[in-house]
Design a protein around this ligand. Structure first.
Ligand SMILES: [Zn+2]
Length: 139
């Protein structure tokens, strides 16, 4: 008999088509957000209508992948056993150049080096076949 199975990393599972499309772009190493075709407002999280003008006309547009750190928190208590060895870790809010804010994690930036308005660039970490996580490194 072997020991208990290791706890798998929690993974995103698409709950609807829009979220699925967002993650399909990430799996191909590209960050896409929705943009309203009537008022040109970018948006995230994915949704069917524009919060700015109410339009249902939109398309996916590729993000520059560039933004600045808007805020962050340091997590000291892992909310899942898989992350226990990674604490304390930072959860970032990045304000993208397109204007949307995006929650992610830093890659290669020590917690004590984080700064408001630090320029950052998206980078994709492949977690498993068909799934990549958008993270942010210093630009
Ligand atoms: Zn709009």
């Amino acid at each position: 008999m072997s020991g208990p199975l290791p706890t798998p990393r929690p993974m995103h599972r698409s709950t609807d088509d829009l979220n699925g499309q967002f993650w399909e772009h990430c799996a191909r190493g590209a960050l896409y957000f929705q943009c309203c075709l009537d008022c040109e407002t970018w948006r995230h999280m994915p949704r069917y209508m524009c919060a700015q003008c109410g339009s249902a006309n939109w398309e996916w547009r590729q993000s520059s992948g560039k933004g600045r750190i808007f805020s962050w928190i340091i997590t000291h208590q892992a909310m899942h056993p898989k992350f226990r060895d990674e604490t304390p870790y930072a959860a970032l809010v990045v304000e993208m150049d397109e204007g949307v804010r995006f929650v992610s994690r830093p890659l290669g930036i020590a917690n004590e080096d984080l700064e408001i308005d630090m320029p950052v660039q998206v980078v994709f970490e492949t977690i498993e076949e068909g799934f990549a996580l958008p993270l942010f490194r210093r630009a």
